[in-house]
Every structure is written in structure tokens, then in C-alpha cells.
Design a protein around this ligand. Structure first.
Ligand SMILES: [Zn+2]
Length: 203
């Protein structure tokens, strides 16, 4: 599993343009030897990575990420970047990940232009731990998407996703003192204030 997850990450880190390009590199003896020398891991076949990623519940990787960041915090690596020697800076913002002209899945968000053209898209809301040296380490992510069990009259949106993201941060980092950095969408909205209280809680 270690090799499969590392392989999935390195497809991005090594800027592979496709699974096929990664597979060609993987067949290169010098490349594979160097990779093994650095990480003591083999490079799995991209179809294997694809299959495992399809079968793996997303929470598994989410928990793994939280554990890794938790280790960094425990090791006090980022302590010197805190605000007022106490609070870690955590910007929260949404970013578009995919746009389609035709419906791509049942969870797509939709937008209708003035001319009546429908666009289908996906967004993710990110909370990152940042430092003045330029570190940006993902604390938690929440997809903004229309799900069946959510209110379907109104679409999912950044403010609603923030409520879920706040709960996630509180779950994985219950005692982490943080200072949230957010744009003009957040001040004064009812959801955001109550969600910020969720994170604030005991800390
Ligand atoms: Zn979709």
C-alpha cells in the first residue's frame, strides 16, 4: 500500500503528463534505480494505482494526511511561524478543479450564463497551514458538490462547505490553535460565524 500511495503522489510530483508517460519512466532502469535508492520503494504499475485509488475510501487518505501533518506539528517544525507565538495561520479558500460543457456526474455544480448556456463544474474548499517561508501544507479538504442527501433546492456552496470543513479540522486537530485567513465571502455570514466557533471551541 505504501508503494501504491507513493506511486500515485509521484505521478504528480514528477509532473508525469499521463499514466502512460509514468509507465515509460518506470520502465527506464536508471529512473527506477534512482527512485528505489531514494525511497526504498518500487514503482507500481499505473493500472494497479488506478484500481486501488478507485476502491479506496477517500477517508483513508484524508486520515493519512491528518496523521502526517499531526507528526509535523508534534515535531514543532512549524512553531516559529505562528502568529503571536500561538496561532498557526490557516487560509481557507475554494478553487475550481474541473469544468465541463456537458453533465459529467450527478454531483456537478451548475451555472447558467446570461445567454442560457449551462456549465458543469467541481470545486474544492481547502484549509492550508502556511508559513512566511512559503510552506502551504494541506490540513483538510472538502469537496463542494451536490449530493443526494443534501438540500437539493439550493446548490452546495463555499459557505456550506466551510461548515463541514470546520468540523473536519476540529475532528483531526482538536486542540490546534489556529488563525483563519479568509476573503470577503466569510465575514458576517451566519454559517461561517457558527463554523468558526466550532473550530474555536476549546482553543
Ligand atoms: Zn461532476
Amino acid at each position: 500500500m505504501e508503494e501504491v500511495v507513493a506511486g500515485a503522489l509521484f505521478m504528480f510530483i514528477l509532473k508525469e503528463t499521463s499514466r502512460n508517460a509514468y509507465n515509460n519512466d518506470r520502465g527506464d532502469v536508471i529512473f527506477a534505480t534512482n527512485y528505489y535508492r531514494h525511497f526504498k520503494l518500487h514503482l507500481p504499475h499505473p493500472d494497479t494505482i488506478d484500481q486501488v485509488m478507485r476502491d479506496l475510501p477517500p477517508q483513508f487518505l484524508e486520515e493519512l494526511k491528518a496523521q502526517l501533518v499531526g507528526r509535523l506539528i508534534e515535531q514543532k517544525t512549524l512553531r516559529k511561524f505562528r502568529f503571536q507565538d500561538k496561532y498557526y495561520f490557516v487560509p481557507v479558500d475554494a478553487t475550481g478543479i474541473q469544468t465541463f460543457t456537458k453533465r459529467h456526474c450527478e454531483n456537478c455544480l451548475t451555472r447558467i450564463s446570461k445567454k442560457g448556456v449551462v456549465t458543469y463544474f467541481h470545486y474544492v474548499l481547502e484549509a492550508k497551514l502556511v508559513s512566511s517561508l512559503g510552506h502551504a501544507i494541506s490540513l483538510a479538504s472538502e469537496f463542494i458538490e451536490n449530493l443526494e442527501h443534501r438540500d437539493f433546492d439550493k446548490q452546495d456552496c463555499e459557505q456550506k462547505a466551510f461548515v463541514r470543513l470546520a468540523a473536519k479540522i476540529k475532528k483531526y486537530f482538536p486542540r490546534l490553535p489556529i488563525c483563519i485567513l479568509a476573503d470577503g465571502l466569510y465575514p458576517m455570514t451566519r454559517h461561517s460565524v457558527s463554523a468558526a466557533r466550532t473550530i474555536g471551541g476549546s482553543s
